[in-house]
Design a binder for this molecule. Sequence first.
Ligand code: URA
Ligand code: SF4
Length: 232
Amino acid sequence: MSPDELRSRLEFYRDLGIKEIYRRQQPVAPMPEIELPSLIPAGDTLDVICSDIGDCTRCRLHKGRNKIVFGVGNPEAKLVFVGEGPGADEDAQGIPFVGRAGQLLTQMIENTSAKEGIPLKRADVYICNVVKCRPPENRTPEPDEMEICGQFLFRQLSAIKPKAICALGSTAAKALLGGKDGVTRLRGKWHKWRDIPLMVTYHPSYLLRPYNQNAKREAWEDLKMVLHFVYD
Ligand code: URA
Ligand code: SF4
């Protein structure tokens, strides 16, 4: 294993929340190889990830939830949208982006692609969130909640292997890119999650506020860039 491969393996395990990796004792080997257990089942699938989540109580957000909101859409989607966490409607139905913000997201996907001559429906993409349970009063997820639940998001993205990811808002951007920059700094250009091109744009909830006309236009531009990159 090359140093680069080793580093990316180790980062992968760290992202999964595995803090310690032990080296096997090899008394006579002059160049000890680090043995890494295969902790992600080869052929991890959305079904396996969903059943691993089970009736999850790994973080405090489980206390206030009605339904776990795993994700929806095409498991072989070329494009994945990542939001922050379920709101009241999503928590009631168990499906992401079905409330007001969700209706706007659906329109953004379907109207922008129609206008650009790309035949694309909401059901063709995959949609999920950083945390799978609704935070109380719709507060922003805490860093520890994002880290604990983030392992499932990372596994979803690794299983789907989309051609691009669109992070909606700064919580999703933070979860996928790290760092402290907000949407205004990150949006409109390409970043990467692992090897996958990632675009950051405004969260649809933000666009619903009446004074954000400029942001709306910018979100449309971001989305056009993503759609042409993925589907042209
Ligand atoms: N906002 C989000 O971030 N995700 C949803 O699923 C709904 C609203
Ligand atoms: Fe589990 Fe994620 Fe829900 Fe926390 S938010 S309880 S980690 S599914």
